[in-house]
Every structure is written in C-alpha cells, then in structure tokens.
Design a protein around this ligand. Structure first.
Ligand SMILES: Nc1ncnc2c1ncn2[C@@H]1O[C@H](COP(=O)(O)OP(=O)(O)OP(=O)(O)O)[C@@H](O)[C@H]1O
Ligand SMILES: [Mg+2]
Length: 406
C-alpha cells in the first residue's frame, strides 16, 4: 500500500530525493521532463543544478535552516531547466528521519506552477502599465485641456477682432457708397435743373423786356411762367431731400411706391438716355425702410444705364415687375443691356468689384444693394444673365414671423 501511495504521488508530482548534503539520489520521470536533464545527469549531481541565478542566496539559507531543523519547507521556487528556460514549482521539502531522529535524507515534492506564475507576472505588468498609462493620461488630458482653453481664448479674441475689423470695413464702405450716391444725386439734380435754368433765364429776359416796354400783361405772363419753373425746380429738390432724409424706422410700405420714387429721381437720366421702362405691379406691402429699397432700385437702373451706354444698345428696355409668390414679394428687374459675362457674374456682389473705369464706378453699388436686401429687408438679391439680358431678382419675406425667423 505504501508503494501504491508512492506511485500515486510520483505520477502526479515532481519528486526528488537528496542526501543530507544535497546530492540527488533519486528523481522521477516528471523531474526529468520539466528540468530537461536525464536521470543519469541528475543522480549524483548537487540539487542546485536547477537553481536559478535570480533566486537570492538568502532563500536557500532559509530552506537549509528549516529542513536541517527537521521541519518542512514550503515555497514557490524559480528554477532553471537544462536549456536555460525558467520554470516555477510549488515545492515542499521534507526531511526524513531515522529511529534516532537523525536526518537520513530529504524528499522534495513539487508541482509545476509556471503558467500561473507567468500569468500573475503578466497581470502585474499589465496592471502597472495601466496605472502608468492612467497617470500620464490624466496629465495629458490636463495639458490638452489647458491648451484647448488657451486656444479658445485666443480664438474668441480673434473672432472679436475680426468682427470689429469687419464692422469698421462696413462702416467705411457704407460711407463710400453714400458718398458715391450723393455724387450721383448731385449730378442728377444738376441735370434736372439745367433745362429749367435755361428756361428761367429766358423768362427773366422776357420780364426785363416787358418792364422796359411797360407791358404789364406780358410781365404777368413771364412772372407766372417763372413761378412755375421755380416751383418745379423746388419739387426736384424735395424729391432728393426726401430720399436723403435719415429714415431709420422700419414701417410697412408699398413696394411699387418705393420703385416709383426711384424712377422719379432718375426721370431725367432715363429720358436723356432714351430708356423705355415698363412696369407691372401688384399691390404688396413689406416691412423695412422704403428709402433703402429706392436706393437698391436706383443702383440697378444706373447699372443698366451704364451697360446700355457701354454696349451701345440702341433699343433700351427695362422691365420691372412685382409679384407675390408664396410668402414672398418678388421684384424682377430685367434689362437688355448686353448681359454679364460668366466670369464676372460670381463676383458682381463683392465689394469693389467693377468693370468700369475708376471715375465711373466704385464697385459698391451691388454690394450695398445686397446688404440692404439681406440686412434691411431680411430678404435676398440674385442675378441671372441670359444672352444679352440681365435679370435681378429681389425676394422679400411678407410676414413678420418669417422676418423674425431669419
Ligand atoms: N445690368 C447690368 N448689365 C451688365 N453688367 C452689369 C449690370 N449690373 C452690374 N453689372 C456689372 O457688375 C459690376 C458691379 O456693379 P456695381 O453696381 O456693384 O458696381 P459699379 O456699377 O461698377 O460701381 P458703382 O455702382 O459703385 O458706381 C459692374 O461693374 C458691371 O460690370
Ligand atoms: Mg453700380
């Protein structure tokens, strides 16, 4: 039965026996298998043949101290196989005593725990790596957060700077365009006044003659005539001052009235350049500043007029229509002044884009028109050019709600 116990232990464990000095006297097959040595190599060798250099001498001292003290030593031991590989064994070394209580030999029973130990080591390594990573991660997140905050701050500042630069630019452009249209208006007034001034000097001459001749009747006729001319001249001024009145309050106004105002202001130029204007209106009211829309229409007609002259068009036509489409008021202004070249059409709403000589155009007309349509009227302005025609389409939302939505 004892033999059977020994067999059972030997089959399932790594077993060796040494003499009191540690010289191997017996090994089982399992020992040979795990250490890579043959029985012949092992028997007679010192047990430290499998000792791993990593294991500190103190551990062996403890082992010897324990077993020489006739006690059992238990530990997980790191060993080295013949081929240099490492294996771990859970070891129990028991001293065998004779009847006189003297140590005869030592028997060591072990089982292989290499896999478990390696797994544990791996786990430990991963754990420390993870902790390390966690630490650096926290640090990196902190650093990045700081960088981001900084970036945010400079970004906000730059956005603010750009906004104010832009506002400044717009102010300058508004001023320039106001200046330009003021110039155009003065030219218009001069134009409108030239003829009545000539007429007036003629009637003055008539008055002088009638006075010399003491012809009271003729005097009255010339006097009435000059009063009429002066009244006309004065009403021209009224048209313009009305247009230049600082009218910043939004109110509902009839689109066609605003368009007619533009036609009134440009009346003399239109006649002089022999432009035929056809209008077809629907009654539509929108919210905004009437004078601003007038300004847009003036810009568009001036552009058409310039194109008529530049392209030497003989039959000059402009069609203006207003129409309700869904929730929008649509103004279409079409001319047959030659069209806009494809390479230019993308750019015409950009500030300072002009194909005209510097003395004739600043390139702000359409830019300002778009600003007014988008910001003043909460709508849009678009252009289409087919063959020799150009059509500008202005879209203005009708309801207050759609204005607020924008
Ligand atoms: N009806 C049109 N027909 C042909 N070309 C046009 C027409 N309207 C505008 N353009 C082109 O678009 C350009 C830009 O027009 P915009 O009104 O913005 O500036 P401008 O007329 O050149 O100068 P400004 O209006 O400041 O005096 C014009 O120079 C012209 O080439
Ligand atoms: Mg223009």
């Amino acid at each position: 039965m004892l033999q059977q116990y020994i067999d059972a232990i030997e089959k399932s464990n790594i077993v060796s026996r040494t003499d009191v000095k540690g010289i191997i006297t017996f090994v089982n097959d399992e020992f040979c298998k795990i250490s890579g040595y043959s029985k012949e190599e092992l028997i007679g060798a010192n047990h430290n043949i499998v000792r791993h250099p990593d294991v500190p001498a103190s551990k062996f001292k403890l082992l010897w101290k324990t077993i020489l003290n006739k006690q059992t030593f238990k530990a997980t031991v790191k060993n080295k196989a013949k081929n240099g590989s490492t294996f771990y064994v859970n070891t129990t070394v028991t001293p065998i005593l004779d009847e006189d209580d003297n140590i005869v030999e030592f028997i060591a029973i072990r089982y292989d725990v290499t896999k478990e130990v390696l797994l544990k080591e791996e786990l430990f390594k991963k754990d420390t790596q993870l902790q390390e990573l966690n630490k650096t991660l926290e640090m990196r997140v902190k650093v990045k957060t700081k960088e981001l905050k900084e970036l945010n701050r400079t970004l906000e500042r730059r956005v603010q700077e750009e906004i104010s630069k832009n506002e400044e630019k717009q102010r300058v452009m508004f001023w320039q365009s106001r200046h330009a249209s003021l110039g155009q208006m003065l030219a218009n007034i001069a134009h409108q006044w030239r003829q009545p001034l000539t007429e007036l000097s003629l009637t003055m001459f008539g008055i002088k003659k009638a006075a010399i001749n003491k012809d009271e009747n003729a005097l009255m006729i010339f006097y009435d005539e000059s009063k009429k001319i002066i009244r006309n001249m004065s009403s021209t001024i009224d048209d313009f001052t009305n247009f230049f009145k600082p009218d910043k309050e939004k109110h509902y106004f009839d689109i066609s009235e605003s368009i007619n105002e533009s036609l009134q202001i440009l009346d003399k130029i239109i006649k002089k350049e022999m432009i035929s204007i056809k209008t077809e209106y629907e009654n539509i009211e929108v919210l905004g500043i009437s004078n601003e829309l007038t300004q847009v229409i003036i810009n568009l007609i001036q552009n058409s007029k310039d194109a008529f002259i530049h392209n030497s068009i003989l039959i000059r036509e402009i069609n203006i229509t207003t129409k309700k489409e869904k929730d929008f008021a649509i103004i279409r202004l079409q001319d047959n002044a030659g069209g806009i070249k494809e390479k230019n059409i993308e750019k015409i709403f950009e500030p300072y884009f002009t194909t005209k000589h510097t003395s004739q155009g600043t390139g702000l007309g359409l830019f300002m028109s778009r600003m007014i349509c988008e910001q003043g009227l909460h709508g849009s302005i678009d252009v289409k050019s087919v063959k020799n025609t150009t059509t500008f389409i202005i879209k203005i939302p009708l309801q207050k709600s759609s204005i607020n939505e924008k």
